[in-house]
Design a protein around this ligand. Sequence first.
Ligand code: SAH
Length: 352
Amino acid sequence: MKRSFYDLNYSDLDAVIKQNNLNPSVAAVLFNWHYKKKENTQCRDNISKSSLDFFEQHFDFSLPEIDTVQESKKDRTVKFLFKLKDNHKIETVLIPFNNKYSICLSSQVGCAMNCSFCFTGEQGLKRNLATSEIIGQFLKAWRWLATNRPGEERILNVVFMGQGEPLHNFDAVKKACEIFLSQHGTSVGVQKITVSTAGYVPGLKRWSQEIPGVNLALSLHSPFAEKRNELIPINRKYPLDEVLSYIDKIPLNKKQFITYEYILIKDFNDSPDDAKKLGMLLTGKSAYINLIPFNEFPGARYERPESDKVEQFKAILDTFRIPTLTRGVKGDDVLAACGQLNSRNEITIKTN
Ligand code: SAH
């Protein structure tokens, strides 16, 4: 099987070119064509026939196929179901803001974390995504916008908050970030990429050395060990204290924060005591809290709190002077909101 072109970061591509005595300028030309211009045809920029032939012969330029697209009537969120080469399926979401978009990428088929509040967790982990399948979600979504919402193909933020635990697929996610950030690549700015983790310590240990500058978000969800164990089972293996000790070591520039995500679940973690304990835990850190009222999905065992409960929780955090934003719900009419991604139907399709 041919290697995917989209699995190469810029230095991998450079190495291939050197090893095969091709013109060194080819790396920039190809990156520019496929990532900056986001063309899906054979490169027609300044490149020799022999170099083109070499890449055609040795590399695969195909990307994941779009299987179905669902558009929210409420807020124009777009959810893509992608079909991969081995028929596995993953979901990707484009979230609109002022005619620009954030893209929520998946990093795995399913997820091994098995969080009790997350629809994806019910699928279990099928496999890791390759870098090409991560970058492919971005390129295909961009092209979909260019065709279906011309003039709106502006994806300014990349968040790894789709299916999967990105730090559990560190190498592929890291390489995807490198491609996003390459000056010859998509030119998504370093401060525009956020990787969200359930607190997977082996990945956090590598984080600051290997993906400097990219924003990190931690799914915190409860400052109390017992509750966090129930919500996020890997908390038993990697307890919050240990997770925070690694996160505290990440060097941040002046404008940078760590985002702490906190799902608010009715009568579970939405009391004033929870808010105070959370405030005490995070006070003094470069923290930014994202409150996410629980999004319901078929069969969910939790409920979303009333909005006055959410406001009360936020008001307590405000007394700690920690910037807190309540995440608005987008795309829930097509099950595209946080925690609602589940491509399990793929299994039925596969066995039929
Ligand atoms: N595995 C990573 C990234 C995927 S989840 C992580 O755990 O962070 C992305 C965000 O959606 C996380 O903050 C997650 O906790 C949140 N989320 C998951 N299920 C949710 C639900 N049902 N309602 C609201 N947010 C949810």
